[in-house]
Design a protein around this ligand. Structure first.
Ligand code: ACO
Length: 218
């Protein structure tokens, strides 16, 4: 059987390559996760524990076990399986071709919702240079066009100033507070809920970033 071109299958939008967009940190591109990402992924995750742990869901096992190279194949395989079932669109973020983080669209629900959540992390070596902002813009535009979604939500702890700033720069709308929403770093944490629907950005987020001078295409 001949596989349909990307974006035209039963679950449109994945796999895909998005970008490039040039930001202060370098050239940002998004691609599907690969089994061979194990070493780069693990190196950043192990050295960035303090940068990442306060914002990520609580998961059984030690940080070292969960983020060692040996745990990547199972995570990669789970991400790929969800993507193949149309439930997720997982991407690796690269900066100048180097693994820099991940951005994932999860819990894709179609039918009369056509909705999903978006989550992301960027290794400390690449932060504060516009990487997450560019990545979210690329993914949102992709989801609202090729992937056929109508609404995207992002939930953020009120203490997460950097992530709040990413969403603010992109014009996400704050819609409320989810009390004791997610078990993060060992406790049930309140989260602020932000969202965008297609009607909010008829010309997309990338065009907005380009117009603001925060990103460039060359
Ligand atoms: N207080 C206030 N603003 C801050 C802080 C801070 N402590 N730290 C950074 N910022 C600002 C930056 O200056 C920048 O704003 P500016 O462009 O106006 O100067 C903005 O926050 C960050 O924008 P980017 O550079 O596009 O984002 P970056 O590539 O640095 O990634 C991210 C941000 C993803 C939050 C990164 O810090 C990270 O991975 N943190 C740990 C994991 C995490 O929090 N993930 C998000 C969870 S919530 C969610 O997924 C919906």
């Amino acid at each position: 059987m001949i596989a349909p071109p990307p974006g035209t299958g039963r679950h449109p939008g994945w796999p895909a390559r998005l970008g490039p967009l040039r930001v202060a940190a370098g050239m940002v591109e998004l691609r599907k996760p690969k089994l061979t990402d194990a070493t780069s992924w693990s190196r950043i995750r192990l050295s960035d524990r303090r940068h990442l742990e306060a914002w990520e869901p609580t998961v059984p096992g030690s940080w070292e076990e969960r983020n060692g190279t040996l745990s990547w194949p199972a995570q990669w395989s789970a991400l790929r399986a969800l993507a193949r079932r149309g439930l997720s669109l997982p991407f690796v973020i690269t900066v100048d071709g180097r693994f820099a983080g991940q951005i994932t669209v999860g819990n894709v629900v179609r039918g009369s919702l056509c909705s999903a959540w978006i989550g992301y992390w960027v290794g400390s070596w690449a932060t504060s240079g516009g990487v997450a902002t560019a990545s979210v813009a690329l993914v949102v535009d992709h989801c609202f066009t090729v992937a056929g979604l109508h609404r995207l939500e992002a939930t953020v702890r009120p203490e997460n100033a950097a992530s709040l700033r990413v969403l603010e720069k992109l014009g996400f709308r704050q819609e409320g507070v989810f009390r004791r929403y997610l078990d993060v770093a060992g406790a049930w944490r309140d989260h602020l809920c932000f969202a965008l629907t297609t009607e909010d950005i008829p010309n997309g987020l990338v065009s907005r970033l380009l117009a603001s001078g925060r990103a460039h295409v060359d």
